[in-house]
Design a binder for this molecule. Structure first.
Ligand code: GDP
Length: 453
């Protein structure tokens, strides 16, 4: 996501490196580059205009700073402006004082509403809530079934009208009564003491009056605490028109960007919050129910500027990593003990648990240049490493220095791999060990342009 925008911006900044003071002409040239990069990323024209004007003004007025060089100053300004157009503060769900909290989903057909319903339900359930899903999308023949499938995967109940009866209906006619179903669904949540109820509504392929009226009627009937507008991040310049139509039609309270995992140029993300004045609250990044995150404008900005989304990385790592194991490792390294191949294996296995290492590595600072290599990264590599380490004796794992030529050959044979593979592993392990030692002595890697990451 945002790959090409990110590459364009970082190369713009690279051109500024090593400069002393920036002249007005330098700043204008930079702003022009930024404008082009944003337009190519499909960011809406008025947003681009405001953005570049603000960057230019701040860059011209920037104080000469002892701490930052001109390139870093421009990065800092662009970062601040990006955070601003992405909505500023992170905004979390508004929970009702008296449950149930009613959340309504709206958006075009195919935007990812049903998928999001499942993701949101699962995330809420994991936080200890007891969500109920309501299938009020009676437009699409399969929508009710699809929501039931998603609900089952999330392990939450679903309230649906006549389950199964809708599959042979004509997709173009409104069947059943979505307003009634929504109202009944909320009543059901109240009666069964669900503390959150998520109402999935119908979408059409394009914005139309019937759809909008139906959504508005549902909104009026259930007075939701949140109305989330789900938008496909790939829709490009149409994002603004669609978002404005929904803002006017249903008056949503927050935005969810879906399909941010695709090759989205990111224009929707960068336009919608600014144009509608509503915060982006969540991001959907894949078809799996766990591929879902709270949207943090500041973190997204640093991801775009390739400053690395270290906070999200840490959070995801915390989720997947065994906390006790991580603590043990940290204590060990901090205590000056050596990092062994057994530790290396445990670490790699935990990384694998994170699901997508590619995604994770992509969030690390300075990774833009490595993106091509990342694309070729093979998760099966973890399995190969595991086989090699398991083919070692405990003594070898604790002290790899003893692994001589004949031991290498034996290890390779045991794992069904080549000696070159053993050598490769030992080299990589050596680097990891060195990094761990550096971290133990307090040296942190620096971000682009020497900015603290
Ligand atoms: P709805 O019509 O708004 O309910 O949209 P759906 O939830 O049915 O999603 C439409 C399609 O997009 C489905 O094939 C989903 O699997 C897919 N989809 C939804 N969210 C994401 C996402 O974040 N990433 C990707 N890659 N696909 C998604």
């Amino acid at each position: 996501m945002f790959n090409s925008l990110s590459d364009r911006l970082t190369s713009t900044f690279k051109n500024l490196r090593g400069r002393g003071r920036l002249s007005e002409a330098d700043i204008d040239a930079t702003v022009r580059e930024i404008r082009r990069a944003l337009l190519d990323a499909d960011v809406a024209v008025p947003v681009v205009r405001q953005f570049t004007a603000a960057v230019r003004e701040r860059a011209l007025g920037a104080e000469v700073s002892g701490a930052l060089n001109p390139a870093q100053q421009v990065v800092k300004i662009v970062n601040a402006e990006l955070v601003e157009i992405l909505g500023g503060q992170t905004r979390s769900l508004q929970l009702a004082k008296t449950p149930p909290t009613v959340i309504m989903l709206a958006g075009l057909q195919g935007a990812g509403k049903t998928t999001l319903a499942g993701k949101l339900a699962l995330a809420l359930k994991e936080q200890g809530h007891t969500p109920l899903l309501v299938a009020a999308d009676l437009q699409r023949p399969n929508a009710v079934t699809q929501l039931s499938v998603v609900a089952e995967r999330a392990g939450v109940p679903v309230f649906a009208p006549h389950p199964g009866n809708t599959s042979d209906a004509d997709a173009e006619t409104i069947i059943g009564d979505p307003v009634g179903v929504s109202r009944d669904g909320v009543a059901e949540a109240r009666a069964k003491q669900h503390d959150v109820v998520i109402v999935d509504t119908a979408g059409r392929l394009g914005v139309d009056q019937v759809l909008m009226q139906q959504a508005a009627d549902i909104r009026a009937a259930i007075t939701p605490d949140e109305v989330l507008f789900v938008i496909d991040a790939m829709i490009g310049q149409d994002a603004v028109t669609t978002a404005n139509a929904f803002a006017e039609g249903v008056d949503f309270t927050g935005v969810v960007l879906s399909k941010l995992d695709g090759d989205a140029r990111g224009g929707a993300a960068l336009s919608v919050a600014k144009v509608t004045g509503k915060p982006i609250m969540f991001a959907s990044t894949g078809e799996k129910l766990t591929e879902f995150e709270v949207f943090h404008p500041d973190r997204m900005a640093s991801r775009i500027l390739d400053m690395g989304d270290v906070l999200t990385l840490i959070e995801q790592a915390e989720k997947a990593f065994d906390a006790d194991e991580a603590e043990r490792m940290a204590a060990k390294v901090a205590g000056g003990e050596d990092f062994t191949l057994s530790d290396f294996l445990v670490q790699m296995q935990q990384m694998k648990k994170l699901g997508s290492m590619k995604k994770m590595l992509g969030m690390m600072p300075g990774m833009a240049q490595m993106r091509d290599q990342l694309e070729n990264f093979d998760e099966r590599e973890v399995d190969r490493v595991q086989a090699l380490i398991q083919s070692m004796t405990p003594a070898e794992r604790e002290n790899p220095k003893i692994i001589n030529g004949s031991r290498r050959a034996r290890i390779a044979r045991g794992a069904g791999q080549t000696t070159a593979a053993v050598n490769g592993l030992l080299d990589r392990f050596g680097q990891a060990q060195k990094m761990m030692r550096q971290m133990a002595s307090g040296g942190a890697p620096a971000g682009p342009g020497g900015m603290p990451a």
